[in-house]
Design a protein around this ligand. Structure first.
Ligand code: ZN
Length: 472
């Protein structure tokens, strides 16, 4: 089986293999934490969570970093508006972000770097760029000189003039070129700032990702992913900074971009009124249905988001959980044959993460199970053979759905939603994932899960019977 991914850099579907067989690296641009995130910002984390699961089972160790941008003008504005320190905003919304992603079944990344904890690395990278002639200091700012990087524009494949025309580029008299972008800018008054060779200031947004990716994953990473709205200028600028700072070494081998959500035909954006916050949605709908809905279209396509879409996902999950409940009712307790992930599901994901196809394969398995279940039920077939076949179909359905992060609750918990049952199942799944990580000696991951649970007030206790958990 070969994983094939569409690489935005080459505009082709390519076979994926990590450069270092012992360690796959992936970086996904994370949130700027000044508010609750809208559902459009959850599509990338959900889709790349499915990819992370695939990479882990295929290649072993994955170092997956998803950053937190905790220094930004929007954060400053929110803090000023509410009359609180910046950290009051960033701490609150970083916690909310982790809760929202956990509710959607998104496993925590292995590394969650925060920009404010990487100021020395950021300053060092800016210094390298200045020394190499790729950046210049002027009026307390440091700007990247796009003319110094011949390959500028290679990701978005557009001429600089076109790119600038389509993007809101800050006009400033001190720029040598209108496309030059900020690496460092001065901070005055109450604004957060750090001492640097260019005075008291703070980093630009783009340099944060370049510095944090290099600090945790190395100079060349296997996969860099994010929303297609980040392709220009953010990702283009990340490439320019990283490749110039690292002597021309490729920054990322594969670039993956997820499409945007449409709301009634309009692009989902915080500046429009059609905001649907994950924080509210997970209280209004079963979170698993939101996850299902986010995977219902291919990740590179736009997805029309609506209540009807979510309702459709609820009905689909009702049918799948109903099938499992009916199967379970016929079988003696504890009958769960060990089965492999169904080939058709794995093949769908290998085909550039074709989640709609994978969901169709699950529906087909469930359909076969229902036919067999009713044949057994009305006596058309009997004996141990058909029961075993039914048990195998049920196990295949659960195993196939697990790679998508679906169907991991008990049917009772799903149908009893609104009770704490589904949260218990989610916590139990994380506890089990941590156990598996420890067994695989992946302690970074095991600790990340423990920390997430601790953050939710869940305490783990090692006992001779295995790990028990309780709420603090
Ligand atoms: Zn980024």
């Amino acid at each position: 089986m070969t994983l094939r991914l569409f690489n935005s850099l080459t505009r082709r579907v390519e076979d994926f293999q990590p450069e270092d067989p012992a360690r796959t690296t992936m970086y996904v641009c994370g949130p700027t934490v000044y508010n609750y995130v809208h559902i459009g910002n959850a599509r990338g984390p959900v889709v790349f969570d499915v990819l992370a699961r695939l990479l882990r089972r295929r290649f072993g160790r994955l170092d997956y970093a998803r950053n937190i941008t905790d220094v930004d003008d929007k954060i400053n504005a929110a803090a000023a508006e509410q009359g609180v320190p910046i950290s009051a905003i960033t701490d609150r919304f970083a916690v909310a972000y982790r809760e929202d992603m956990a509710a959607l079944g998104v496993a925590p990344p292995d590394i969650e770097p925060e920009a404010t904890r990487h100021i020395p690395q950021i300053i060092a990278m800016v210094e390298r760029l200045v020394a190499a002639g790729n950046a210049y200091a002027v009026e307390g700012h440091v700007l990247f000189a796009v003319a110094s990087f011949e390959a500028y524009g290679k990701l978005s494949r557009r001429e600089l003039e076109d790119m600038l025309a389509g993007a809101r580029v800050e006009v400033a008299p001190y720029k040598r070129d209108p496309g030059d972008f900020v690496l460092w800018k001065p901070s005055t008054g109450d604004l957060p700032g750090w001492d640097s060779p260019w005075g008291h200031g703070r980093p630009g947004w783009h340099i944060e990702c370049s510095a944090m990716a290099a600090a945790h994953l190395g100079e060349t990473i296997d996969i860099h992913a994010g929303g297609v709205d980040l392709q220009f200028p953010h990702h283009e600028n990340e490439i320019a900074q990283s490749e110039c700072a690292h002597g021309g070494k490729p920054f990322a081998r594969f670039w993956l971009h997820n499409g945007m959500l449409n709301f009634g035909g309009a692009k989902m954006s915080k500046s429009l009124g059609n905001i649907e916050k994950v924080h509210d949605l997970v209280r209004a709908h079963p979170p698993e249905a939101l996850r299902h809905a986010l995977m219902s279209a291919h990740y590179r396509q736009p997805l029309d988001w609506s209540d009807a879409l979510v309702e459709q996902s609820v009905r689909t999950l009702d049918r799948l959980y109903g099938t499992l409940r009916d199967i379970d009712a016929l079988l003696p307790a504890g009958t769960a044959p060990d089965v492999a992930i169904p080939d058709a599901v794995e093949a769908a994901l290998d085909d550039d993460l074709n989640t709609p196809q994978a969901l169709a394969e699950l529906a087909a398995i469930a359909g076969n199970a229902r036919v067999l279940r009713s044949a057994i039920g009305n006596g058309e077939t009997s004996g141990v053979g058909p029961l075993l076949a039914l048990a195998t179909l049920g196990a295949s359905l659960r195993t196939g759905a697990r790679v998508l992060g679906l169907l991991q609750q008990s049917p009772a918990a799903w149908f009893g939603r609104g009770t704490s049952g589904d949260d218990d199942a989610r916590i139990q799944a994380l506890v089990e994932e941590r156990g598996a990580a420890k067994q695989a000696r992946d302690f970074t991951r095991a600790d990340a899960i423990r920390d997430q649970l601790a953050g939710e007030g869940v305490l783990l206790e090692d006992t001779p019977q295995g790990v028990r958990w309780k709420r603090a």
